[in-house]
Design a protein around this ligand. Structure first.
Ligand code: PLP
Length: 472
């Protein structure tokens, strides 16, 4: 057991994988049935040598791996992992520090503190805001909205942490009609329920309409939380944050911004205007495993008022002692008590690439998105469905002469063909009631050659689909 050779072996395997990743088909190469057969082994009575386990794992799992971290994966909003981030992530595992408490690991705690300051700086958020490191955007939204629930009920004279929601004043939750699914799951976790949220109409680009928000707020009384969005997953659009902030604050409402990937626009001076007004919010959620290109699981919680952030998750257990509680207790800022030191890869990659490196990456991705948008516009059989302010291009296949009624089914089938083809990956979405594609560009490795495949593959497979469609 006192043999560390599996670590070096894993590093060799990882390197081989990462070096060949750009050339792999994006989709898995094996069938799920074969994978299950190969992986479903009896629990051994006597253990198997560790080196063999690592080698077997690589051999058996490889056909089931999707090149999600590679340059031609455009589904959802999935980043890759920069080599320095992966390396720091290995150290995170090897050092195995519990980052929940300052006393547990001064190294993990100070790295987290420094990385938090760098992120606030990069996003142009208030320097005094409180920062928590969570597993992703979902937990970031949940944590921010827990702070919001605490704050708005506290102002109404209700201690929700002690008394819960039974008998509490009603909290109005107002969301844009195109809020991310994780806002609604957060509302469920928090006991608000997803259906109680008042939905505000969006415009043709997926932005919350400020005039509609004004009308909704005018009908509400009492504690109120407004959830806005920086970066719509289908269009990349930003809600008009400046107007939303002034409407929300005029009513003493808490303003939360889901900026899972959109906050990164602030890393580019040329695009920072998209986030105008964002610093006026009360809380912000962001992802690390998207545009920062660090490994899963990394997300960030930012709360303007540190006192309100710590409310929901404080666990002043007696055995932690005075010494522990006198220092920042990171476990009080997020739902987990014990957790890995996920700030290490964040610190490492921000140091390695710097402000300039991230500005360059964001700007390159936005240029690539514009490149795809103009290819879509030039193609007679493609239709773009939204403007492209950021890194997402929303479009569909629309061969001339086909009736609207056939387009959804056609695009659905084409979407399945794209996934099956394996040169690029992006699924279908529904945007403005239409089945569409919405490739998102966030991977550090993606080049012009990679994005040029998006339109090429869709048109090639689209032509094939039309040629084989019955009745044509
Ligand atoms: C991805 C995303 C989320 C959820 O983030 P996870 O890291 O998957 O939990 C929330 N909001 C938006 C806008 C997103 O793009």
């Amino acid at each position: 057991m006192n043999d560390f050779t599996p670590l070096a072996r894993a590093a060799e395997h990882a390197r081989a994988f990462l070096e060949t990743l750009p050339a792999r088909p994006v989709r898995e190469s094996g069938s799920p049935a074969d994978l299950r057969r190969a992986l479903t082994l009896p629990l051994p009575d006597a253990g198997v040598p560790a080196l063999q386990v690592i080698d077997d794992l690589v051999r058996v799992a490889d056909p089931g791996l999707v090149a999600m971290a590679g340059p031609r994966y455009f589904g959802f909003v999935i980043g890759g992992s920069l080599p320095v981030a992966t390396a720091a992530d290995w150290l995170t595992s090897a050092w195995d520090q519990n980052a929940g408490l300052w006393v547990d690991s001064p190294a993990a705690a100070i790295v987290e503190d420094v990385a938090a300051g760098w992120l606030l700086d990069l996003f142009g958020l208030p320097a005094a805001a409180s920062v928590g490191f969570v597993t992703g955007g979902q937990m970031a939204n949940f944590t921010c909205l827990a702070a919001a629930r605490h704050a708005v009920l506290d102002r109404a004279g209700w201690d929700v942490e002690e008394r819960g929601l039974q008998g509490a004043p009603t909290v109005n939750v107002v969301v844009g009609d195109e809020a991310h699914a994780t806002i609604f799951s957060s509302l469920r976790f928090l006991g608000f329920g997803a259906a109680t949220a008042r939905r505000v109409a969006t415009d043709g680009q997926g932005r919350m309409r400020a005039d509609a928000l004004r009308d909704v707020l005018a009908t509400l009384e009492g504690p109120t939380i407004v959830c806005a969005q920086a970066g719509n997953v289908n269009t990349g659009a930003f809600d008009p944050l400046e107007e939303i902030a002034s409407l929300a604050h005029a009513r003493a409402a808490w303003l939360h911004v889901d900026g899972a990937f959109g906050l990164w626009a602030a890393a580019s001076p040329a695009h920072r205007h998209l986030t105008a007004g964002v610093a006026a919010a009360d809380s912000w959620a962001c992802d690390g495993h998207k545009w920062l290109n660090v490994p899963y699981d990394t997300g960030f919680v930012f709360v303007r008022d540190a006192g309100l952030h710590a409310g929901p998750f404080s666990s002043g257990a007696a055995y932690l002692g005075k010494e522990a509680m006198a220092r920042p207790v990171f476990g009080n800022l997020v739902p987990e008590m014990s957790r890995r030191a996920r700030a290490l890869p964040v610190w490492a990659t921000l140091r390695a690439y710097g402000r300039d490196g991230y500005r360059a990456m964001v700007e390159r991705h936005l240029e690539l998105a514009q490149r795809v948008a103009s290819q879509v516009d030039d193609a007679p059989d493609l239709e773009r469905l939204a403007e492209v302010p950021l890194n997402v291009v929303c479009f569909r296949f629309r061969p001339p002469g086909l009736p609207e009624a056939e387009l959804d089914e056609l695009n659905r089938r084409l979407g399945a063909m794209v996934l099956d083809d394996g040169r690029v990956y992006f699924g279908t979405t529904e945007y403005a009631g239409k089945v569409a594609f919405r490739p998102a560009i966030v991977n550090w490795r993606t080049t012009e050659k990679d994005v040029d495949l998006i339109v090429e593959v869709v048109r090639e497979l689209g032509a094939k689909l039309l040629a084989t469609a019955p009745g044509r």
